[in-house]
Design a protein around this ligand. Sequence first.
Ligand code: MN
Ligand code: MN
Length: 295
Amino acid sequence: MTLVPTFATPPGFLGLPLRTEAPGIAIAGIPLDLGTTNRAGAREGPAAIRRASRMLVDGAHPTTKVDPTTLPLADIGDFSLALGDLARSLELVEQQAAGFAHLVALGGEHGITLPLLRALAKRVGAPLGLVHFDAHLDTWPESFGQRFSHGQPFFHALEEGLVEPKRMIQIGIRSPTDPAVMDWTRDRGVTVISAIEAHEAGPAAVAARIAEVVGQGPAYLSFDVDALDPAFAPGTGTPEVGGLATWQVQAMLRRLPGLDFRGMDVVEVCPAHDVAEITALAAATVAWEYLCRPA
Ligand code: MN
Ligand code: MN
């Protein structure tokens, strides 16, 4: 146990020193927000999540007893991006992600998930199972004429065969949407659980459904922080009321030890709209829950 107080923790995620290579799991910031459709500012997310993660360094996970600082884990800093160029930035994300066996990405906007899934599906050599927490479907074919904004990552992931639709589940969905987009998503075979359904069923039932849908085989976790209610995550670009509580997400994630996750991201933290680091701490905690899941 370290003698350094939490407030003096070095600036890497969980106080990890910044390195260029990762022995096992790489933590990477991806400070992109060019594809946001409402409030911008998720480019500041990685730094805020790292800063908030210092609350998580003074012990092991209370339930799984995993101390993430004992894992083969490195913070490799932030990915390089092309300033002002969304398409080129997405290419750069894919290229850089290809160099890591297991990536935990700190966003940044949700558009980064498409190149992350492209890199991972190529590495795994098969379509992935997907656990997607979000207020939004993110399967719109376009948003305001833009085909690669943060509203499209899973449209393309499904179209490109990166994700197996019958092994994909979305939890927390509740935004206004085009009914045709919802129909398209469900017709593909994707399981959609609205926020109200999740509230009424409870975390244990939702976790059981996630495990059933994703089943065996390589899987990915994509966590849009706006899946949480604005009371628990005000610092985000497209907030929607009626969302999940942070404890509900923890209660779900702790019930998924059997899934074969090969990577994850937590996205859409927008610190300029945050209050008292609530959102950044929630995002850091979701990544920490992922890292601390039992083997
Ligand atoms: Mn999203
Ligand atoms: Mn969203």
